[in-house]
Design a protein around this ligand. Sequence first.
Ligand SMILES: Oc1ccccc1CN[C@@H]1C=C[C@@H](O)[C@H](O)[C@H]1O
Length: 331
Amino acid sequence: KDNQMQLYKVMKDYFKIGAAVNPMTIKSQESLIKKHFNSLTAENEMKFSHIQPSETNFTFDSADQVVTFAEQNKKVVRGHTLVWHNQTPDWVFHDKDGGLIDRDTLFNRMKNHIDTVINRYKDNIYAWDVVNEAVSDKDGEFIRPSKWLDIAGEKFIEKAFQFAHEADPKAKLFYNDYNESVPSKREKIVRLVKSLKEKDVPIHGIGLQAHWNLHSPSLEHIKRAIESYASLDVQLHITELDLSVFDHHDSRTDLKQPTEQMMQLQAERYYQIFQLFKEYKDYIDSVTFWGVADDYTWLDNFPVRGRKNWPFLFDTNHQPKQAFWRVMEKN
Ligand SMILES: Oc1ccccc1CN[C@@H]1C=C[C@@H](O)[C@H](O)[C@H]1O
């Protein structure tokens, strides 16, 4: 009977159910994580700045805690993330005099980072977000300006995938991004992944971050994104799902609790979204929430610092919300 109350078991015929965790939450949210999820992602601990804060100084402690917890609890692990414009230390792009390094030096540093990190977790991590958020949100701009792009040009993307594949030929390699269902950005992601596939770059999947809210993106836009990406003959992972109770441009800070209407709308929205995911179960292999319960979410500081949000299926006391029961419905 209890099995029926476990999210990942109810979803086992569709896709894995994951959560982003960290050394604090694997303690504070331990029972929810063990009970409802069968895939884990380190929220920050495997990002460049956390793993190699200065050249050849690798700090694996916190990432190891997440991987060990996963191994002890038989959860698979998604690696996040190897190459990204954010949370990457400045030393990566500069020589000892503070000037910009050249392309070959940058590729050597990228390769060394990728080799070292992938080899350490080879037996635990089956999928990597190799490149995160390389496509621009700006109209008329394809690849997002960054030090990676300035120094190495667009080749930094394919290099990252090639290095990752050489380090672990078995790992499933993903391109991961947000606003992935916005038609204009969807088209650019399709263009990028198509060009990588045409050059036989070892890319196996697209990660849809799915940082959504109660009103957007529309189910139609989500459906079109899933269909567009699936047509590229890659696996799809939903990698960072959360449903903010505020629209992106809503900067209100007056709420100390979510309104009843917000929770009703969120429950309906989670139900509709999971119905859609289940419809595309042949393409979607994993659905990961960017957290576990409302007592801890990155949205408490983004896009408005210090503003509480309530984006998950479990409330601040780790109790199932209406949204949990809607998602668990058999049908
Ligand atoms: O939704 C966004 C809007 C603007 C920039 C980044 C994002 C999402 N960016 C994500 C969010 C949290 C981080 O912990 C993840 O590593 C990152 O992939």
